[in-house]
Design a protein around this ligand. Sequence first.
Ligand code: C2E
Ligand code: MG
Ligand code: MG
Ligand code: MG
Length: 284
Amino acid sequence: RAKEQGGNSFSFFVPEMHQAAIERSHLETDLRGALEKNQLMLYFQPKVDGNADIQGFEVLLRWCHPQRGIVSPADFIPIAEATGLIVPIGEWVLNAVCQQLRQWQNDPQRCHWRLAVNISERQLSHERFVQSVRDILKDHDFDQNLTTKLEFEITESMLMKNIEHAVASIRELNSMGIQFAMDDFGTGYSSLNYLKMLPLDCVKVDQSFVRDMLVDQSDAAIVEMVIALAKAMQLVVVAEGVETYEQHKLLVGLGCDQMQGYYYGKPAPIEQITSQQSLKAIAF
Ligand code: C2E
Ligand code: MG
Ligand code: MG
Ligand code: MG
């Protein structure tokens, strides 16, 4: 049959799984060249307080692929992790973030802005991770004050593999001044255990709880509980995935310190953010 159809019809026999593997290996090949070809870009999404004043940004990677357009990190971070490419990519991100913090340092309206970088399991478990962070901070001449503007977002799931090493690295980086946030809080297996064990400064309520908190009582209860818990532990609590005014109002009413989501601003290139005069999020 394949022969009758001619051309590329051999692909008729390629099972779907195989197709996905081929697709992935193409992406992998392209990703290897992405750094040197300057295809990686950082987007910034504001974190705001109850008055919608910007307190800082989460930095989110984008890959501008010449044929595919903008590839989401959900599609290429797993490949970067599996291949180890996340290590040089992560170093590139950190360099860019340090540069940005330097630029804001002498701007009285922006010098308090913090930048949060996502760190994945493979990075944190890398034996040279702490040293490479130290080297980068040194390259940018960071003092303790600038270093505290830098935040690492980690997830619970990434700690599972080698917990002793992860905790030791986190403690050491924290002692240098880097702040730590527990990302996607509540979605892992031992959330409370990690809260107790790690030197955290911040917890981010996962967006899945925020999404339905106005219609689902359980979600509302979880959000309320996490905010209360964070307060009791003197942690900054950030709600992710805020998309509506009603969610904003409810979160502020519950005493949530900071919010992040499309309602205040979608992730965007830094020029788009700094070209805007207002220091408030876009919606206000
Ligand atoms: P994350 O750290 O939990 O980031 C939050 C994700 O939620 C981002 O997706 C963001 O664009 C999206 N988001 C923000 N506000 C809203 C909202 O109001 N509604 C909805 N539906 N979504 C919202 P994104 O940018 O696709 O990133 C996905 C994940 O990729 C991140 O999850 C993070 O784990 C990872 N990632 C992104 N950049 C990096 C990076 O530089 N390094 C590493 N290791 N991982 C990264
Ligand atoms: Mg994050
Ligand atoms: Mg998150
Ligand atoms: Mg996530």
